[in-house]
Design a protein around this ligand. Structure first.
Ligand code: NAI
Length: 440
């Protein structure tokens, strides 16, 4: 099948590459010429395990192409995936300007039947807006080329994106016509494995499903974070509590880890957008989700608050080693990362910070341009030089079993603030560390 993917970010590039890998002819469009240049030169503009090799393999096989040419992209695919960003607008609602522009570009140039697929996370009603934008462009041209609009939200996780796309738990497709449903079935047939994973539904339900999934996951995190704060005050250990409740199959173990708040390109913005959609479009105040967001905003300051409680509110002259910048392991994504708040808080209190992340330092430099109080180390050991304490923000594997003797020798004080609960408190404290984790 011929497929155009509009937007070559985390979702578009992974989707396009995986669709090429199963034999489709895929053209990826982006309006950012720098991204397309990197791709044309054999690189990739993001960090995602396994993606570089897969891109190269499919480019070499002649199934994967990149362009900034909007007209060519609109002609190319029978299926046109919209995978552009939907960042939060000033009021918290999803900013739809990129989606609308992508839809208009399709309408401006398409000359035969298209299945236009919303893969971006978009508010309920977006398919109608996409349909209206394309129709308007067709009318301007005085043509009535047929097209369908489908909602097909993406559930991949950065860091495990290829596996998630190639072996999905579910493929949600919101569709209101047979021809588009037929196309989507054919497109996803190679990803079904041993049983049908496609869940067909109406378009609005599909749009809401994506927000509901992320809102549920964010809720679990904020719930556990609040309980962690409580456990700490009551002398309990949230890790024991997690195992105790996770063993109930109605609850399950996944996504029950307490930490220093959720970040990333999805949960914060999607929770905000759902709250906003509910309020504006339906007149409903979502009490639970508002609390989830409020709890998370506070949680992102928990690490810095612990540091200030230990060293005093004025951190002038103090220096901290920070392990982990990305919002989670296995990605270089810094969008809404907790590290940003921790660094801002520490610097505002007068401290200096040396950070190490296996892949996200370049992104972090964009977030903190000209910040003289923040420096970057080339490895986790170098970050420890002259530090008054170690602060762990991201759960990279390489942070899980450090050389504690070396840590103790390098740090000015043997103190670890662990925002990811990576270590067993008894063991670390037994080694002579002051260990301040989350909820333990
Ligand atoms: P991103 O910001 O990494 O990439 C978006 C790309 O679209 C950028 O390269 C941008 O230059 C390009 N673009 C913008 N307007 C365009 C246009 N008119 N034509 C062509 N290209 C255009 O975004 P990301 O993270 O890939 O997310 C895309 C959507 O997928 C969002 O709605 C997001 O919520 C959703 N999503 C993201 C996931 C993630 O893990 N990042 C997971 C599941 C869904």
């Amino acid at each position: 099948m011929k497929i155009t993917v509009i937007g070559t970010g985390y979702v578009g590039l992974v989707s396009g590459t995986c669709l090429a890998d199963v034999g489709n002819d895929v053209l990826c469009l982006d309006v950012d010429p720098a991204k397309i240049k990197i791709l044309e030169e054999g690189g990739i503009p993001i960090f995602e395990p396994g993606l570089q090799d897969m891109v190269r393999r499919n480019v070499a096989a002649g199934r994967l192409h990149f362009t900034t040419d909007i007209e060519r992209a609109a002609h190319f695919g029978t299926v046109q995936f919209i995978a552009v960003g939907t960042p939060p607008g000033e009021d918290g609602s999803a900013d739809m300007k990129y989606v609308t522009a992508a839809a208009r570009n399709i309408g401006k140039y398409m000359t035969d039947y298209k299945v236009v697929v919303d893969k971006s996370t978009v508010p309920v009603g977006t398919a109608d807006a996409v349909r209206a934008a394309i129709t308007e462009e067709l009318q301007k041209r005085g043509v009535s080329t047929p097209f369908s609009v489908v909602s097909n939200p993406e559930f991949l996780k950065e860091g495990a994106a290829i596996d998630d796309f190639m072996k999905p738990d579910r493929i949600v497709v919101g569709c209101d016509d047979e021809q588009a449903a037929h196309n989507m079935r054919a497109l996803y047939a190679p990803f079904q494995r041993n049983h049908d994973r496609m869940i067909l539904m109406d378009i609005r339900s599909a749009e809401l499903t994506k927000y509901a999934a992320n809102a549920m996951l964010a809720t679990r995190i904020s719930f556990m974070n609040e309980l962690a704060n409580l456990a700490e005050k009551l002398g309990a250990d949230i890790e024991h509590v997690r195992r105790g409740i996770g063993s109930d199959p109605r609850i399950g173990y996944d996504f029950l880890y307490a930490g220093a708040g959720y970040g990333g390109s999805c949960f914060p913005k999607d929770v905000k957008a759902l709250i906003k959609t509910a309020a504006v479009d339906a007149g409903i105040h979502l009490k639970v989700l508002n609390a989830v967001e409020e709890a998370n905003d506070l949680q992102k300051h928990v690490l810095a608050n612990k540091i200030k409680a230990r060293f005093g509110a004025d951190l002038t002259g103090k220096h901290f080693a920070l392990w982990g910048l990305a919002f989670k392991a296995n990605t270089d994504d810094m969008r809404e990362a907790t590290s940003r708040e921790v660094i801002k808080d520490l610097i505002a209190a007068g401290a200096t910070v040396t950070a190490y992340d296996p892949v996200a330092s370049a992104e972090a430099k964009h977030c903190f341009p000209n910040e003289l109080r923040l420096s970057y180390a080339d490895n986790q050991n170098a970050a420890l030089d002259n530090a008054d304490a170690l602060v762990i923000v991201t759960e990279w594997k390489e942070f899980r079993s450090p050389d504690f003797d070396n840590l103790k020798a390098k740090l000015r004080n043997p103190i670890i603030f662990d925002g990811r609960n990576l270590y067993d408190p008894k063991t670390v404290r037994g080694l002579g560390f002051e260990y301040l984790a989350i909820g333990r």
